[in-house]
Write a protein that binds this ligand. Structure first.
Ligand code: GRF
Length: 195
């Protein structure tokens, strides 16, 4: 399975996929890594010798123009699956339509709880005793697509946004590596889910 992974930040979840793909038995390979900015996580591309591209949102007059430029870069690699792993940008409908259903996203909450860009902060603010991690199919909403996998993560009394996020990321990575495996071996059929 050829993967293109899109990031905005440190790419720690991306790194977990790169490490999983080191195993010759793992039926997926990251063929390119993209970002909407000069993301720190692009360093993993260099380390693992994988092509990368950055389509900076700031260089475009609007979201649609940015999305079209990003889509052009992504489609060059003819991916079987595109993974948003910490991409902190909503994709324009044209991009979602072009890539769906082979477009998934990781989110640091137990969706549909706490969608959006601040899921971890919102869980802390809500004072819940547990949150979670989710992997979903991307649709035109915000973290609203079909849920492929999710798991609860405890919130500890003295948790900060960062300590909780770190704990959630550990689970996100496990879910992501497993979901990609399930898609590669047909256990998950995205076309059936998004029909
Ligand atoms: C992940 O928790 C992802 O779900 C969220 O932002 C975080 C990105 O972390 N959207 P990283 O860039 O993979 O370290």
């Amino acid at each position: 399975l050829k993967l293109v992974v899109l990031i905005s930040g440190g790419g720690s979840n991306l790194r977990s996929l790169l490490e999983a793909a080191q195993d010759a038995e793992y039926p997926a390979r990251v063929v390119a890594i993209g970002a909407d900015r000069d993301a720190e996580g692009l360093v993993h591309a260099e380390e693992f010798g994988i092509p990368s591209f950055a389509v900076s949102f700031a260089n475009y007059p609007d979201r649609e123009a940015w999305g079209d430029a990003l889509l052009e870069q992504v489609q060059q690699w003819q991916p079987d699956l595109v993974i948003l792993s910490g991409l902190m940008r909503l994709l324009p409908p044209r991009v979602v339509a072009a890539l769906s259903p082979n477009l998934i996203n990781t989110h640091p909450a137990y969706l549909p709880e706490f969608p959006g860009a601040h899921g971890v902060r919102d869980a802390i603010a809500a004072g819940v005793s547990e949150s979670g991690a989710s992997v979903i199919v991307v649709d035109n909403g915000v973290d609203s697509g079909p849920i492929l996998s999710q798991r609860r993560v405890a919130v500890l009394p003295n948790d900060t946004e960062s300590s909780l996020h770190d704990r959630i990321k550990l689970v996100e990575r496990e879910l992501l590596v497993q979901v990609v495996l399930d898609i590669a071996n047909g256990t998950i059929d995205l076309k059936e889910l998004v029909s």
